[in-house]
Design a protein around this ligand. Structure first.
Ligand SMILES: N[C@@H](CCC(=O)N[C@@H](CS)C(=O)NCC(=O)O)C(=O)O
Length: 217
Protein backbone atom coordinates (compact mmCIF):
# COMPACT_ATOMS: atom_id res chain seq x y z
CA UNK A 1 0.00 0.00 0.00
CA UNK A 2 1.45 3.34 -1.05
CA UNK A 3 0.24 6.70 0.15
CA UNK A 4 1.05 9.60 -2.17
CA UNK A 5 0.42 13.21 -1.19
CA UNK A 6 0.39 15.92 -3.85
CA UNK A 7 1.53 19.01 -2.05
CA UNK A 8 3.17 22.40 -1.81
CA UNK A 9 4.76 23.03 1.58
CA UNK A 10 3.52 26.62 1.95
CA UNK A 11 -0.15 25.66 1.44
CA UNK A 12 -2.21 25.86 4.67
CA UNK A 13 -4.42 22.82 3.92
CA UNK A 14 -1.34 20.80 2.95
CA UNK A 15 0.21 21.67 6.31
CA UNK A 16 -2.91 20.34 8.06
CA UNK A 17 -2.31 17.00 6.36
CA UNK A 18 1.41 17.06 7.25
CA UNK A 19 0.52 17.56 10.93
CA UNK A 20 -2.02 14.74 10.76
CA UNK A 21 0.60 12.43 9.26
CA UNK A 22 2.99 13.37 12.10
CA UNK A 23 0.40 12.84 14.84
CA UNK A 24 -0.64 9.47 13.45
CA UNK A 25 2.98 8.42 12.80
CA UNK A 26 2.18 7.28 9.30
CA UNK A 27 5.35 5.92 7.68
CA UNK A 28 6.45 5.90 4.06
CA UNK A 29 4.34 8.63 2.53
CA UNK A 30 5.50 9.64 -0.95
CA UNK A 31 5.39 13.38 -1.51
CA UNK A 32 4.89 14.88 -4.94
CA UNK A 33 5.58 18.60 -5.31
CA UNK A 34 2.81 20.33 -7.18
CA UNK A 35 3.94 23.88 -7.79
CA UNK A 36 0.92 26.13 -8.27
CA UNK A 37 3.18 29.02 -9.31
CA UNK A 38 4.32 26.91 -12.28
CA UNK A 39 0.78 25.68 -13.07
CA UNK A 40 1.63 22.07 -12.20
CA UNK A 41 -1.91 21.59 -10.80
CA UNK A 42 -3.36 22.35 -14.24
CA UNK A 43 -1.51 19.69 -16.22
CA UNK A 44 -3.55 16.97 -17.94
CA UNK A 45 -1.84 14.43 -15.69
CA UNK A 46 -2.89 16.18 -12.46
CA UNK A 47 -6.42 16.93 -13.73
CA UNK A 48 -6.88 13.18 -14.27
CA UNK A 49 -6.17 12.74 -10.56
CA UNK A 50 -8.11 15.76 -9.28
CA UNK A 51 -10.38 17.62 -11.71
CA UNK A 52 -10.80 20.36 -9.06
CA UNK A 53 -7.00 20.92 -9.35
CA UNK A 54 -6.41 21.55 -5.66
CA UNK A 55 -3.74 20.45 -3.26
CA UNK A 56 -3.59 18.59 -0.96
CA UNK A 57 -4.66 15.51 -2.89
CA UNK A 58 -4.11 12.03 -1.48
CA UNK A 59 -3.74 8.80 -3.42
CA UNK A 60 -3.93 5.57 -1.43
CA UNK A 61 -3.21 2.84 -3.98
CA UNK A 62 -5.99 3.46 -6.49
CA UNK A 63 -8.21 5.43 -4.10
CA UNK A 64 -8.05 9.21 -4.52
CA UNK A 65 -9.44 11.91 -2.22
CA UNK A 66 -8.86 15.65 -2.03
CA UNK A 67 -9.72 18.43 0.42
CA UNK A 68 -7.63 18.56 3.60
CA UNK A 69 -10.64 18.02 5.87
CA UNK A 70 -11.66 14.87 4.04
CA UNK A 71 -8.05 13.67 3.90
CA UNK A 72 -7.43 14.26 7.63
CA UNK A 73 -10.66 12.41 8.48
CA UNK A 74 -9.71 9.52 6.20
CA UNK A 75 -6.21 9.21 7.66
CA UNK A 76 -7.43 9.54 11.26
CA UNK A 77 -10.02 6.81 10.70
CA UNK A 78 -7.59 4.54 8.90
CA UNK A 79 -4.49 5.02 11.09
CA UNK A 80 -5.72 6.28 14.50
CA UNK A 81 -4.94 3.85 17.37
CA UNK A 82 -8.27 4.92 18.89
CA UNK A 83 -10.90 7.41 17.86
CA UNK A 84 -9.73 10.31 20.08
CA UNK A 85 -8.31 12.28 17.14
CA UNK A 86 -11.60 12.01 15.23
CA UNK A 87 -14.25 10.85 17.71
CA UNK A 88 -17.19 8.78 16.53
CA UNK A 89 -19.39 9.92 19.43
CA UNK A 90 -22.35 11.65 17.75
CA UNK A 91 -22.13 14.99 19.55
CA UNK A 92 -18.33 15.22 19.66
CA UNK A 93 -18.25 14.47 15.94
CA UNK A 94 -20.90 17.13 15.22
CA UNK A 95 -18.85 19.81 16.97
CA UNK A 96 -15.74 18.74 15.07
CA UNK A 97 -17.62 18.90 11.76
CA UNK A 98 -18.86 22.40 12.63
CA UNK A 99 -15.26 23.58 13.26
CA UNK A 100 -14.10 21.93 10.02
CA UNK A 101 -16.85 23.63 8.04
CA UNK A 102 -15.92 26.93 9.71
CA UNK A 103 -12.39 26.39 8.48
CA UNK A 104 -13.60 25.53 4.96
CA UNK A 105 -16.27 28.19 4.77
CA UNK A 106 -14.75 31.13 6.66
CA UNK A 107 -11.05 30.78 7.48
CA UNK A 108 -9.64 29.35 4.25
CA UNK A 109 -11.66 31.63 1.90
CA UNK A 110 -10.41 34.59 3.98
CA UNK A 111 -6.82 33.44 3.46
CA UNK A 112 -7.33 32.77 -0.21
CA UNK A 113 -9.18 36.04 -0.84
CA UNK A 114 -6.43 37.99 0.94
CA UNK A 115 -3.36 36.24 -0.45
CA UNK A 116 -4.29 35.40 -4.04
CA UNK A 117 -4.20 39.04 -5.28
CA UNK A 118 -0.79 39.52 -3.62
CA UNK A 119 0.88 36.22 -4.50
CA UNK A 120 -0.50 35.80 -8.01
CA UNK A 121 -1.73 39.18 -9.31
CA UNK A 122 0.83 41.72 -8.11
CA UNK A 123 -1.21 43.56 -5.42
CA UNK A 124 1.11 45.35 -3.02
CA UNK A 125 -0.95 45.56 0.13
CA UNK A 126 -3.51 43.76 2.24
CA UNK A 127 -6.86 45.36 1.41
CA UNK A 128 -8.74 47.07 4.25
CA UNK A 129 -11.78 44.84 3.62
CA UNK A 130 -9.56 41.77 4.08
CA UNK A 131 -8.18 43.13 7.36
CA UNK A 132 -11.80 43.44 8.52
CA UNK A 133 -12.63 39.89 7.40
CA UNK A 134 -9.61 38.50 9.26
CA UNK A 135 -10.49 40.34 12.47
CA UNK A 136 -14.09 39.25 12.19
CA UNK A 137 -12.95 35.61 11.79
CA UNK A 138 -10.78 36.02 14.93
CA UNK A 139 -13.76 37.49 16.82
CA UNK A 140 -15.97 34.54 15.84
CA UNK A 141 -13.50 31.79 16.67
CA UNK A 142 -12.59 33.45 20.00
CA UNK A 143 -16.07 32.52 21.22
CA UNK A 144 -15.72 28.84 20.27
CA UNK A 145 -13.43 28.01 23.17
CA UNK A 146 -14.95 26.39 26.23
CA UNK A 147 -12.23 23.76 26.64
CA UNK A 148 -8.51 23.41 26.10
CA UNK A 149 -8.79 22.40 22.45
CA UNK A 150 -11.14 23.75 19.85
CA UNK A 151 -13.67 20.92 19.95
CA UNK A 152 -13.21 19.47 23.43
CA UNK A 153 -10.56 18.34 25.87
CA UNK A 154 -8.57 16.30 23.37
CA UNK A 155 -6.78 17.44 20.29
CA UNK A 156 -8.69 16.50 17.13
CA UNK A 157 -8.49 17.06 13.39
CA UNK A 158 -10.54 20.23 14.00
CA UNK A 159 -7.56 21.77 15.85
CA UNK A 160 -5.19 20.72 13.13
CA UNK A 161 -7.23 22.08 10.23
CA UNK A 162 -8.03 25.33 12.05
CA UNK A 163 -4.48 25.95 13.28
CA UNK A 164 -2.97 25.69 9.81
CA UNK A 165 -5.36 28.48 8.77
CA UNK A 166 -5.15 30.59 11.94
CA UNK A 167 -1.34 30.47 12.03
CA UNK A 168 -1.41 31.69 8.41
CA UNK A 169 -3.84 34.53 9.15
CA UNK A 170 -1.63 35.45 12.11
CA UNK A 171 1.24 36.04 9.66
CA UNK A 172 -0.97 38.46 7.70
CA UNK A 173 -2.64 40.29 10.62
CA UNK A 174 -1.19 39.32 14.02
CA UNK A 175 -3.79 38.26 16.57
CA UNK A 176 -4.36 40.92 19.23
CA UNK A 177 -3.87 39.00 22.48
CA UNK A 178 -6.00 41.50 24.42
CA UNK A 179 -8.97 41.15 22.10
CA UNK A 180 -8.65 37.41 21.46
CA UNK A 181 -7.02 35.83 24.56
CA UNK A 182 -8.56 32.36 24.10
CA UNK A 183 -7.47 32.21 20.47
CA UNK A 184 -3.93 33.34 21.27
CA UNK A 185 -3.62 30.88 24.19
CA UNK A 186 -4.78 28.06 21.92
CA UNK A 187 -2.30 29.03 19.19
CA UNK A 188 0.51 29.26 21.79
CA UNK A 189 -0.32 25.72 22.93
CA UNK A 190 0.92 24.33 19.59
CA UNK A 191 4.35 25.94 19.64
CA UNK A 192 5.94 23.23 21.85
CA UNK A 193 4.43 20.35 19.89
CA UNK A 194 6.70 18.30 17.65
CA UNK A 195 3.99 17.67 15.06
CA UNK A 196 3.51 21.45 14.74
CA UNK A 197 7.23 22.19 14.50
CA UNK A 198 7.69 19.56 11.80
CA UNK A 199 4.37 19.78 10.01
CA UNK A 200 3.42 23.44 10.11
CA UNK A 201 6.32 25.75 10.87
CA UNK A 202 8.59 25.18 7.83
CA UNK A 203 5.80 25.76 5.26
CA UNK A 204 4.39 28.65 7.29
CA UNK A 205 7.80 30.31 7.26
CA UNK A 206 8.07 29.83 3.49
CA UNK A 207 4.67 31.42 2.96
CA UNK A 208 5.44 34.29 5.32
CA UNK A 209 8.73 35.05 3.54
CA UNK A 210 7.07 34.86 0.14
CA UNK A 211 4.35 37.24 1.31
CA UNK A 212 6.90 39.72 2.69
CA UNK A 213 8.92 39.62 -0.53
CA UNK A 214 5.81 40.17 -2.69
CA UNK A 215 4.66 43.10 -0.53
CA UNK A 216 8.14 44.65 -0.61
CA UNK A 217 8.88 44.18 -4.32
N1 LIG B 1 -10.79 23.27 0.88
C1 LIG B 1 -9.61 22.79 0.24
C2 LIG B 1 -8.81 23.96 -0.31
C3 LIG B 1 -7.70 23.50 -1.22
C4 LIG B 1 -7.10 24.65 -2.01
O1 LIG B 1 -7.83 25.52 -2.52
N2 LIG B 1 -5.76 24.61 -2.14
C5 LIG B 1 -5.11 25.64 -2.90
C6 LIG B 1 -3.67 25.81 -2.42
S1 LIG B 1 -3.61 26.42 -0.77
C7 LIG B 1 -5.07 25.21 -4.36
O2 LIG B 1 -4.86 24.05 -4.64
N3 LIG B 1 -5.25 26.15 -5.30
C8 LIG B 1 -5.21 25.88 -6.69
C9 LIG B 1 -6.54 25.93 -7.36
O3 LIG B 1 -7.58 26.04 -6.68
O4 LIG B 1 -6.57 25.86 -8.60
C10 LIG B 1 -8.76 21.97 1.21
O5 LIG B 1 -8.97 22.10 2.42
O6 LIG B 1 -7.97 21.14 0.76
Amino acid sequence: MVLTLYKLDASPPVRAVYMTIEILNIPDVQYVDTNLFKGEHLTEQFLQINPQHTIPTLKDDDFIVWDSHAICGYLATKYGKDDSFYPTDLKKRAIIEQRLHFDSGILFPTIRGTLEPILFFGNKNVKEEDVKKINSAYALIEKFFNSQWIAGNEITIADICCVSSISTLNEIIPIDRNLYPNLQAWLDRFSGEDFYKKGNEPGLLQLSELLKSKLAS
